[in-house]
Design a protein around this ligand. Structure first.
Ligand SMILES: [Zn+2]
Length: 301
C-alpha cells in the first residue's frame, strides 16, 4: 500500500511541469524575475535595484539559467555547482529576494525548445510584471542564449496553448536588458537608470558571498590571482578590495547613464548620483509609458 502511495506521489510530481519555487502571494506588489546565465550575473547586474524593490515589499526572483559548474579554475562539476548555488542563496538572503539555480551545465546552454518552455513557465509562475535578462550580444555563449531564450519567451508567455500546464499571462510583462559594454551590433542603451547609492553597502555585503568568483577569480582565476587577493582570514581586507572594484564599476555605470538619471530623477538629483544600475527596454514585451516606468521603478520621487 505504502509502495503504491509512493508511486502515485512520484507520478504526480513527474506529471507536474512546475519548474520554479513557490510563487509569491497575489498582494498587489510588483513581481520581478531576473535571468542571469551564471550564479553571479543577476546578482552583479541588478543586486542594488533588487534590494530597493525588496525593501518596498515587492517580490524579486534571481534565476541562474546554468548551474555554474565550470566556473572555476581549480574545481568543477557537482561540488562547484553546489557551492555556487549556496553562494547565490546567501546573496539572495542578504538582498531580501528569492533565488533559483537551474541544473543546466555551465558553458552548454542552447536556445532549445525545451529551455524556451522552461523560461516561459518560470515567467508565468512568477506572474512577472518585469523580466530582466542579458542582451543577446555578449562575449559568453550562455549570456547570449539567455538573452535569446528570454526574448523567445517574450510573446509565448501570453499564448495559452504553449505550455498549457502553466497558466498563461493575460498581460505581457515589460522585458528589460541588464547593462553590458558591448558595442556591436549596437551599444547598450540605458533607458532606465536607478541610483543604488542608498543600497550600495548592502549590495557589497551581499555579493561578498560570491567567494568562488570574487576572491578566487572563477574560471579566469589562478594561484597567482588568489595570491594577490587578501586571504579569507582577512575579511576586512577582502571587503575593502571588493568595495574598490565596485566603486569603479558602479560609478562608471552612473556616468554612462547620466542622461537617464537626469531624465528620471531631475537634473540636480541625477547629477548627484554616485552609483547606478541601468536597464534597456526590450522591444518585444509590453512597451511601458514613462508613467508606467515610474510605477515599476517606484524610486524616482
Ligand atoms: Zn556569466
Amino acid at each position: 500500500m505504502r509502495c503504491i502511495f509512493g508511486i502515485v506521489l512520484f507520478l504526480a510530481a513527474f506529471a507536474s511541469n512546475s519548474v520554479g519555487a513557490d510563487p509569491p502571494p497575489d498582494d498587489g506588489k510588483l513581481r520581478i524575475i531576473v535571468f542571469g546565465a551564471h550564479p553571479d550575473d543577476a546578482e552583479y547586474k541588478t543586486g542594488g535595484t533588487a534590494a530597493k524593490w525588496a525593501k518596498l515589499g515587492h517580490h524579486v526572483k534571481l534565476v541562474s539559467v546554468t548551474n555554474g559548474d565550470i566556473g572555476h579554475w581549480q574545481m568543477a562539476g557537482g561540488p562547484l555547482a553546489k557551492r555556487r548555488a549556496a553562494e547565490s542563496a546567501a546573496v539572495a538572503k542578504k538582498l531580501g529576494v528569492t533565488s533559483q539555480v537551474l541544473d543546466i551545465h555551465d558553458g552548454e546552454l542552447v536556445p532549445s525548445l525545451e529551455n524556451r518552455r522552461t523560461i516561459t513557465r518560470l515567467i508565468r509562475e512568477w506572474k512577472a510584471d518585469i523580466v530582466i535578462s542579458h542582451r543577446p550580444w555578449d562575449y559568453h555563449p550562455d549570456h547570449r542564449y539567455v538573452g535569446v531564450l528570454v526574448q523567445d519567451a517574450a510573446f509565448m508567455v501570453t499564448v495559452p496553448f504553449i505550455c498549457p500546464d502553466t497558466p498563461h499571462l493575460t498581460k505581457n510583462p515589460v522585458f528589460l536588458f541588464s547593462s553590458d559594454g558591448f558595442q556591436k551590433p549596437y551599444p547598450f542603451q540605458p533607458d532606465i537608470a536607478v541610483s543604488v547609492d542608498d543600497v550600495f553597502q548592502q549590495k557589497l555585503d551581499a555579493i561578498h558571498e560570491l567567494t568562488s568568483q570574487i576572491y578566487e577569480g572563477g574560471a579566469s582565476g589562478s594561484e597567482e590571482f588568489v595570491r594577490r587577493i587578501p586571504p579569507a582570514s582577512d575579511d576586512a581586507g577582502r571587503r575593502a578590495y571588493l568595495k574598490d572594484l565596485w566603486i569603479d564599476r558602479q560609478s562608471r555605470e552612473a556616468t554612462r547613464g547620466r542622461a537617464a538619471l537626469a531624465q528620471w530623477y531631475g537634473e540636480e538629483r541625477g547629477k548627484a548620483v554616485k552609483y547606478a544600475e541601468t536597464f534597456e527596454i526590450c522591444e518585444y514585451g509590453r512597451r511601458p509609458s514613462p508613467d508606467e516606468i515610474r510605477k515599476l521603478f517606484p524610486f524616482f520621487d
